[in-house]
Write a protein that binds this ligand. Structure first.
Ligand SMILES: C[S@@+](CC[C@H](N)C(=O)[O-])C[C@H]1O[C@@H](n2cnc3c(N)ncnc32)[C@H](O)[C@@H]1O
Length: 249
């Protein structure tokens, strides 16, 4: 993928921003809300935790973090401003800190978050390894890096049905509801060209994370990979989990 491709991705999300949330609910029958709840639970946040929603779009994960932890600081970062504008206009999302930025060059200092979470983002980035290295960089030692993503499912007897829905029906729904056939053709194509769950987990390991658990939803089509940045070794053997965490803003 090139910078050109990044621009195409940005332009595409800018086009569909106004219908993005509605399409998510329709496509998944509302199940995506449950996956997001699970993703935020996997971040193991405590009261005043600082959580970064990478490629936040309209901020669905950030707002879920605030719902579960009203005292938390939730930062939503995305490079498509119209997506964030759509999110910011929604009730309850004013408390999110919205920051324009690239997932491959996060505009934050090292180790300033307790957790980084991404939802349906890394499939779109130009460099998957770099995306996880960046998330690992901005999270404190011992903090979580959690990835929710659509992956290539295992081949099963129902695979033709999945393909029929995802590759044929979905673009038509996208054309009708969002007025954008191309964007909802890109979605199944980007999943088909993406990795399987095991490779996603392996990429996170290569970025220096410990993969603590993986989960799948809807017949293995959606994956949740729960990673942790290894704690910094301490001479006494104790870990101070929150020391030295600077403000991200
Ligand atoms: C499918 S949407 C997901 C939005 C949101 N995370 C969610 O769960 O609904 C993908 C988002 O990732 C953003 N994105 C893709 N590549 C990015 C990058 N390199 N840097 C920042 N944002 C990126 C897009 O702008 C878009 O808003």
């Amino acid at each position: 993928m090139t910078a050109d491709r990044s621009q195409q991705v940005r332009a595409m999300f800018a086009r569909i921003a106004h219908r993005y949330d509605l399409m998510n609910r329709l496509m998944t029958g509302g199940l995506d809300l449950r996956w997001r709840r699970e993703a935020i639970r996997a971040c193991a946040l405590s009261g005043r935790a600082r959580v970064l929603d990478v490629g936040a779009g309209t901020g669905d994960l950030a707002v879920e973090a605030l719902r579960q932890h009203p005292e938390a600081l939730a930062v939503a970062c995305d490079f498509t401003l119209p997506m964030m504008r759509q999110g910011r206009a929604q009730p309850g999302r004013q408390r999110i800190r919205w920051v324009g930025g690239d997932a491959l060059r996060l505009p934050f200092p090292d180790e300033c978050f307790d957790a980084a979470v991404s939802g349906f983002v890394v499939r779109n980035v130009a460099d998957l390894h770099l995306a996880f290295r960046e998330q690992a960089r901005v999270v404190r030692p011992g903090g979580q890096v959690v990835c929710l993503e659509a992956v290539r499912p295992p081949d099963r007897w129902w695979t033709p049905l999945y393909r029929l829905y995802f590759h044929r029906l979905l673009p038509l729904v996208g054309a009708l509801v969002a007025g954008d056939f191309a964007a909802y053709t890109y979605l199944p194509q980007s999943v088909a060209g993406f990795v399987r769950l095991e490779d996603l987990a392996e990429t996170m390991r290569q970025a220096g994370l410990v993969v603590e658990a993986t989960r799948t939803f809807v017949l293995g089509t959606v994956a949740l990979v729960i990673g942790r940045k290894p704690p910094r070794p301490h001479p006494s053997g104790n870990q101070n989990r929150s020391a030295g965490v600077p403000s991200p803003t």
